[in-house]
Design a protein around this ligand. Structure first.
Ligand code: DHB
Ligand code: FE
Length: 283
C-alpha cells in the first residue's frame, strides 16, 4: 500500500513567489525567511515523495464569490498556475496524480464527505508557493500533486473538527491505495494575518509561535477551538490555519516535529513551517 511519509505545514503568502520571480531571495529582507526552509528542502529531497497532497484555499482566482465550494478536489492530469495579476509565472505546470485523486474522492464520499470534483482547474499561490518553498525552482516538479481546495474565504468556513476528520479520511485513502507510492501532505495558509477591516495588518506573534511549537504535540488544543477563536486569535485570513489540521489529522497521534521555522512579518503576515514525521515511521 501507499505510505504517508510526512506532514508539512507552511504559509503560502503570494509575495514569496513574487520575491523569487524578482530575484530577491538573497536580499536582507527575504534571506532569513527563505534560509529557514533549507532543512525542510533537504528533508523532502531525502524523503523522495511521489505525490504531494496540497490542502489550500483558492483566493478568488479559480472560484469567485459567485460560486464557492466548501470542499473541492482536483482530479486532472495537470494544473496550470494562475496568473494573479503580476504576469504569467515562470514555473512549470503541476502534474496531477489523477488516479489517486479519483480514489481519494471515492473514499471521501464513502466517508460521508461531499466534494466538488474538478476535472480542470488552475491553482493559485495557495499551491504554487508551498511547492516552491519545499522544492525550490526545478525545471519539472519532482512530485505529482493532488489539490484539495477548502473554502476559507466566504463565511461560513468549515469547522476545525471537520478539517481533522477530512485528514482522517485522507489517511484512509492513502492506506487503501494499492501502490508503493510515497505521499506527503501539505497543510497551507496562515500564519496570523488580517487583510481587511479595522484590524487590517493584525499579526499575533506569540500565538503563531505557540502554533508552530504545538501543532505536532498538542493538536487537540487547535482542533477544539471554534472558528470564532481562529478569527480572534489569528485574524480573519489567519483562519486559513484550519487547513493545517487536515495534515495533522492524517498523521498519527504521536509525531515528531523534525523541522520548524517562524519569521515575521513576511508581507503582512506571520510566516512559518513545520515538518512532522510519525514516530513509528519506518525508513
Ligand atoms: C497574503 C495573502 C495570502 O493568501 C496569505 O495567505 C497571506 C498573505 C497577502 O496578500 O499578503
Ligand atoms: Fe492565503
Amino acid at each position: 500500500m501507499a505510505k504517508l511519509i510526512g506532514g508539512l505545514g507552511t504559509s503560502h503568502v503570494p509575495s514569496i513567489g513574487v520575491a523569487l520571480d524578482r530575484g530577491l531571495r538573497d536580499t536582507a529582507d527575504w534571506k532569513p525567511f527563505f534560509d529557514g526552509y533549507i532543512p525542510a528542502q533537504k528533508w523532502i529531497e531525502a524523503a523522495r515523495p511521489d505525490i504531494a497532497v496540497v490542502v489550500f484555499n483558492d483566493h478568488g482566482n479559480s472560484f469567485f464569490l459567485d460560486r464557492v465550494p466548501t470542499l473541492a478536489v482536483g482530479v486532472a492530469e495537470s494544473y496550470k498556475p494562475v496568473d494573479e495579476g503580476w504576469g504569467p509565472r515562470a514555473i512549470p505546470d503541476f502534474e496531477g496524480a489523477a488516479d489517486f485523486s479519483w480514489h481519494f474522492v471515492d473514499q471521501l464520499v464513502e466517508n460521508h464527505f461531499d466534494p466538488m470534483i474538478c476535472r480542470e482547474i488552475e491553482v493559485d499561490h495557495g499551491l504554487q508557493v508551498p511547492m516552491e518553498l519545499f522544492f525550490g525552482k526545478p525545471d519539472r516538479w519532482p512530485v505529482k500533486v493532488v489539490p484539495i481546495f477548502v473554502n476559507t474565504i466566504q463565511y461560513p468556513i468549515p469547522t476545525p473538527q471537520r478539517m481533522w476528520d477530512l485528514g482522517k479520511a485522507l489517511r484512509k485513502a492513502v492506506e487503501s491505495w494499492p501502490t508503493d507510492e510515497r505521499i506527503v501532505i501539505m497543510g497551507t495558509g496562515g500564519l496570523s494575518h488580517q487583510l481587511q477591516g479595522s484590524r487590517a495588518g493584525f499579526i499575533n506573534q506569540p500565538a503563531d509561535r505557540a502554533w508552530i511549537d504545538e501543532i505536532g504535540s498538542n493538536p487537540e488544543k487547535y482542533r477544539n477551538m471554534t472558528r470564532q477563536d481562529y478569527v480572534e486569535t489569528f485574524g480573519s485570513e489567519g483562519a486559513e490555519l484550519i487547513m493545517w489540521l487536515v495534515m495533522r489529522g492524517a498523521m498519527d497521534a504521536d509525531v515528531e516535529t523534525v523541522h520548524k521555522h517562524y519569521f515575521a512579518p513576511a508581507s503582512l503576515t506571520g510566516a512559518g513551517m513545520v515538518v512532522l514525521e510519525n514516530l513509528k515511521a519506518a525508513a
